[in-house]
Write a protein that binds this ligand. Sequence first.
Ligand SMILES: Nc1ncnc2c1ncn2[C@@H]1O[C@H](COP(=O)(O)OP(=O)(O)OP(=O)(O)O)[C@@H](O)[C@H]1O
Length: 334
Amino acid sequence: MTLASLTGLTAHYAAGDAEFHALDDVGLDVRSGQILGVVGESGCGKSTMASVLSLNPGPSLRVTSGTLAIGGNDVDLTDPASHRPLRGGTVALLPQGALNALNPTRRVGAMAHDILAAGDRRIKRSESLRRTAARLEALELPPRVLRAYPHQLSGGMRQRVVTALATLRNPRLLVADEPSSALDVSSQRLLVDLLRRLVADGLVEGIVFITHDVALLSELADRIAVMYAGRVVEEAPARDLVASPRHPYSQALLASVLVPEAGTRGRRLAGIPGSPPDLRAPIAGCPFAPRCEHAMDKCAVERPPRLVHVSPGTGSRDDSCWRTAETEEAAHVG
Ligand SMILES: Nc1ncnc2c1ncn2[C@@H]1O[C@H](COP(=O)(O)OP(=O)(O)OP(=O)(O)O)[C@@H](O)[C@H]1O
């Protein structure tokens, strides 16, 4: 069952006279009980997409189109005023960089009470502290953390506190934007285990987990979406995507990293030649065409259609590539 559907998200940053076309017609479905991983190189628009999906777009971002359907609501993403009632309770952000996410002048318990009181103004402080202590315990943090200021905690502890605070109201959808990138291996493991447990226990209905780490996603995610230059170029069950990526960019990305899968050990790693496109002008064709060894003339000028492949057992997968469109009769053009 689909928990959340993001459709037609297009957005740009206004920077002086220039516009950065950060997102171009992005669509994603998050299913109930699942973790959707989003992966791509630096600058491909992952954090921008996370900010809009979690209803926290930055002030210089202009969303020109996009809808988020979640829990019976159709949120017009171009209208920030309509976001407020859903932020934190229905959709929450687990941000990158724990230090910036915490108020240095407030104790953890006070911040937790503010978050819970935003959803239920009558909640008693003792009840806030009880619920927060339970969530902290799940992250192997002692109750004394409730009385601590952020600077009194280690980096790993702070990230776990941010995780506890982001999930306190049991949001239906949690958008996690590179929460593990600054963590040591054991803190990363705790975080990943907690996120899985939150979904398994139904405290969070679904998670979008953003990272540049495909190896981590191959273990954590049910499905993976691959982003390139502000677009989703492929989306598939995690195992299928890692074993047989279809889009030439996904293939190049997978060839450039080590994923802990049988058959990939000992493989030589290849870098992706060339660099991502300049996003100051809209891209007419496929943004990967200049770097793609399979590119045809039309790839540079015509936007490839979204191809949906339905395979029994593993669920649907889709990609956006002219080469696949012209070689596969079975593909359904969506
Ligand atoms: N405030 C801003 N003003 C102008 N351009 C921006 C701003 N923030 C991001 N961008 C540009 O928008 C594009 C997408 O950036 P975004 O941070 O979403 O990518 P990302 O995939 O999350 O990268 P990273 O993995 O490095 O965090 C990039 O070209 C970036 O330079």
